[in-house]
Each structure stands twice: as C-alpha cells, then as structure tokens.
Design a protein around this ligand. Structure first.
Ligand SMILES: Nc1ncnc2c1ncn2[C@@H]1O[C@H](COP(=O)(O)OP(=O)(O)OP(=O)(O)O)[C@@H](O)[C@H]1O
Length: 219
C-alpha cells in the first residue's frame, strides 16, 4: 500500500544542515501493524509526519497505492490526507471549546456527506468506543485516558485506511495505555493499517513488525 523511497529530511544548522531522515526506504502492506522505534532524536516523529503528510519539507518518493503523493500539490495532498489518513498525537490535540461529539464531527465536516450520515457515523463511533455518556462533555472534563480514547475515535471516525499514532500512550498511566493498545489491536483486526511510534518495548511488540531508526537511518 505504501512505498517510501529515499526519503530525506534536514533542518538548517549553522552553515550546514542537520539530517533527521537519511535515505529512508520502507514498504508497508495493506493491513500491516508496524512499530517505529529508536532512541530519542533518531527521527521517529519526523518519519511519521512525512507518512501523515503533516510535513511537506522533505525529498524522495512517497507512493500510496501507486499514487505519487510526492508529486501532488499541497491542496491535493491535504485532501488525500483527509480522505485516507488518521493521526493520533501523544498530547491528544482535541479542541478545548468543542464537546466530545463536536470534536468527533470535525473530520466529517469536510466531507461531502449528508448530515444524517455524519450523525450516524458519530453515533456509531461513540457506541463502539463506549463514550456515549461523555458526548456532551468538554475535553477538560475527561481523564487523560478518556481524552486519548476520544482522540483515537476522532482519528478513525472518517474510516481512514492508514492510522498513524505518535506515542499514543506516552502521557497515560499503564492501565489507560493498555486500553489504547487494545483499541489499536482491534482496529488492526478490522483491517486498518497502523503505524505507531513508541518507546514502550511491550507495546512495540504488539505490532506485527518493528522498524528501527538510528540517527535518521533505518537499521
Ligand atoms: N524544527 C526543527 N528544527 C531543527 N531541528 C529539528 C526540528 N524538528 C526536529 N528537529 C531535530 O530532528 C531530530 C529528529 O527529531 P524527531 O522528533 O523526529 O525524533 P524522535 O525520534 O521522534 O525523538 P523523540 O523520541 O525524542 O520524540 C532531532 O535531532 C530534533 O532535534
């Protein structure tokens, strides 16, 4: 499904450049669950941002079902990401002054979808994630684990084919972390392709494959 070829990314550093991704080539098949691991600063988040099209400042090739995303214009890329990719961050990134239900509606607002269908999708996801009782609360009224649950729900409400998670359990207690990992495993069983960044070896091992970065190089 995904093919990265010779991805390079660097930041200016004095007169030269600091490379954070070096000739990264990686293929990810449809339905795979992959963990990206490596020391702090090795480029894990940078690689996930490239995969999520959150970042356009890199070189190389990114093919998705054979489509060259690297050649798309920014507007096309953004639309492709909205239609195909969900992203979960370590710090939830929910919108504080929207309720849980409104946060979940956001990814569907950009879709050409009747209002009744949008409402049905949100109702489904509230049910599936067992957060119906929280739908009218604001993020600050939820625990960290519950906020991350909503963040995962928001990332998958539009049914993305690729789910990217950057340290999704990093800010959570272990029981809440386990709950989020169980949820990722369930989404994977249902066919979603997942790539996660994690420092937790037990959570990394729950994926089918682990890839390791070191100083921007894939080991
Ligand atoms: N905007 C930036 N300007 C300069 N350097 C940056 C910038 N963003 C990231 N870097 C550098 O890029 C390198 C890779 O960062 P990245 O966040 O991808 O690493 P990581 O493996 O995810 O680290 P961690 O495990 O600590 O989150 C680091 O050396 C970081 O300092």
């Amino acid at each position: 499904m995904i093919e990265l070829k010779h991805i390079e990314k660097s930041h200016p550093q004095g007169d030269s450049r600091l490379f954070v991704l070096r000739k990264v080539s990686l293929a990810i098949g449809e339905g795979e669950f992959v963990s990206i691991v490596g020391p702090s600063g090795s480029g894990k988040s940078s690689l996930l941002s490239v995969l999520g099209l959150l970042d356009a400042d890199w070189t190389g090739e990114y093919l998705f079902d054979g489509q060259p995303l690297h050649a798309m214009k920014p507007k096309q890329r953004a639309e492709f990401a909205r239609n195909n990719i969900g992203f979960v961050f370590q710090q939830y990134h929910l919108i504080d002054d929207l309720t849980v239900r409104e946060n979940l509606e956001l990814p569907l607002d950009y879709r050409d979808m009747p209002r009744s269908e949008r409402q049905a999708r949100v109702a489904d996801i509230l049910d599936r994630f067992q957060i119906v009782g929280k739908k009218d609360l604001y993020p600050r009224q939820l625990s960290g684990g519950q906020q991350q649950l909503v963040a995962v729900a928001r990332a998958v409400v539009a049914r993305p084919r690729l789910l990217l998670a950057d340290e999704p359990t990093g800010a959570l207690h272990s029981s809440q972390g386990d709950m989020i990992m169980d949820l990722l495993a369930e989404l994977h069983r249902d066919g979603t392709t997942i790539v996660q960044v994690t420092h937790n070896p037990a959570y990394a091992a729950r994926a089918g494959r682990t890839v390791e970065l070191f100083d921007g190089w894939l080991k």
